[in-house]
Ligand binder design. Structure first.
Ligand code: EPZ
Length: 419
């Protein structure tokens, strides 16, 4: 099992290119199910989750060709309308195949995602919406089976704004008969990216980026050639890395309109972030000069939960106390125990983390527990004194493309070592 060996303390410099967004690529890959013909998606990151979604589609009978960031999916004839447990259990985003499959074929069988380290993550809102659109949903042997002669437009209110729930229902509604309204829809840039792609396919989605999305169903959608947006969470992760190592780096290919909450909050800690013509110039304050800041995770446009772990790592060496409130997931502090092993002083009570800044962190053997927790360990290790060995970095490989190459190129002392 691969591990990452990091020796902290180096100041970084140079530039880093942000990859395509995993959480935009996954729903876009699922949307290829809606069209006959060959859909081309560009700027697709080479990640484990992407390979898994490609496997799910290939298992259905789609033709897949993926190289150099360009993914072609031919979903003309999908002989198998099923997303099997052995694939779904490794990547819950497979549930995104449910809506498009019911919409195009009138039936789908997708394994329930099962538990997840960061929380229960039910899909009740996905299923509620499909039922409102006329799908008959049954659960059997851990699978969701959905059937509908043809989905019909409906008015759907999501009492919690759900990213993949909104995406699933938007894709289902695109081919339904009549108009669907999704109220309290998620507004994340990845949802907007999917809506823009659906409209390019010939769908009629309005209200994109607002919490009130209207989809007028059409008879057929056409395959497209589409470029995926850059990853706003990877961008925030690299801003945190520059901040904690007192570095001056240029971050390329990022979309500043997607990271307002991240930029504003990280500026509060003393990191200077300025737009230059070919990217974001990020300069961390001198060591020992990071300021504490309080943050609450919220749906977009609020501060994203996917940046909470990296923020805690950053402020663990601030000159004061930061209060972090995680409002999206019920168990998303597993990185804290590992950061404590590095000398961080963090207390958790319910969903609130009190981060008392310490002068420095110390390298230690630590273990990744989930995708963003592993990112926070990388952030911490790059500033810690001495060596940190991060185990189970398959979590990291799910969401960060070539992270050790990117950090090495910036001058970081990081390398992948085998078991
Ligand atoms: C997406 O997950 C992202 N994944 C997550 O990123 C991200 O953390 C999350 O949105 C929140 O921004 C992808 O886009 C593939 P939700 P998703 O449905 O859609 C509850 C990462 O690190 N809920 O918006 O699964 C749910 O339990 C991953 O890249 C229901 O109760 O998240 C949670 O508390 C981790 N019922 C809240 O809503 C439902 O039917 C938000 O979840 C659906 C969700």
């Amino acid at each position: 099992m691969d591990r990452l060996l990091i020796t902290g303390g180096r100041q970084l410099s140079g530039s880093v290119e942000i990859s395509g967004a995993k959480n935009a690529a996954l729903p876009l890959m699922a949307s290829t199910i809606l069209c006959k013909g060959n859909t081309v998606l560009r700027n697709i990151p080479d990640l484990k989750d992407i390979k898994t979604m490609a496997e799910v589609l290939a298992n259905m009978g789609a033709g897949i060709d993926f190289n150099n960031g360009v993914l072609a999916v031919n979903a003309t004839s999908l002989v198998n309308k099923e997303a099997p447990y052995e694939l779904v259990k490794t990547m819950r985003a497979s549930v995104l195949t449910l809506g498009p499959m019911v919409a195009r074929f009138g039936r789908a069988k997708v394994s329930l995602p099962g538990g997840c380290a960061i929380g229960a993550r039910p899909i009740n809102l996905h299923l509620m919406g499909l039922e409102k659109m006329g799908a008959k949903i049954t659960l059997s042997q851990g699978y969701v089976v959905a059937k509908a002669k043809r989905l019909k437009g409906a008015r759907i209110f999501c009492d919690i704004s759900t990213v993949t729930g909104t995406e699933n229902l938007m894709m289902a509604a695109a081919l339904a008969k009549g108009t669907t309204v999704i109220e309290n829809a998620a507004r994340e840039p990845e949802v907007e990216d999917l809506a823009n792609a659906l409209n390019l396919m010939g769908a009629k989605v309005t209200g994109v980026g607002s919490s009130f999305i209207e989809i007028e169903g059409v008879e057929e959608l056409q395959p497209i050639d589409y470029q995926v947006i850059p990853d706003r969470i990877e961008t925030g992760t690299f801003i945190s890395i520059a901040g904690i190592t007192a570095s001056n780096i240029l971050i390329k290919n990022c979309r500043t309109e997607h990271i307002t909450a991240i930029v504003e909050k990280l500026r509060e800690t003393g990191i200077t972030i300025t737009e230059e013509k070919d990217g974001l110039r990020v300069v961390g304050p001198p060591r020992g000069k990071l300021q504490p800041a309080d943050v609450k995770t919220l749906p977009f446009p609020g501060f994203p939960t996917d940046m909470q772990a990296q923020f805690i790592a950053l402020t663990s060496v601030a000159t004061g106390t930061s209060i972090v409130k995680e409002t999206i997931f019920e168990n998303r502090y597993m990185h804290v125990a590992e950061l404590r092993r590095m000398g961080a002083n963090i207390e958790i009570e319910d969903n609130i983390a009190t981060v008392r800044g310490v002068e420095r962190l110390f390298g230690a053997p630590v273990m990744a527990t989930d995708l963003r927790a592993s990112a926070s360990l990388v952030v911490a290790a790059l500033a810690a004194e001495g060596e940190t060995l991060i185990d189970r970095i398959y979590h990291l490989d799910r969401g960060y493309e070539k992270i050790e190459d990117k950090i090495s190129k910036l001058g970081g002392d990081i390398r992948r070592v085998g078991a």
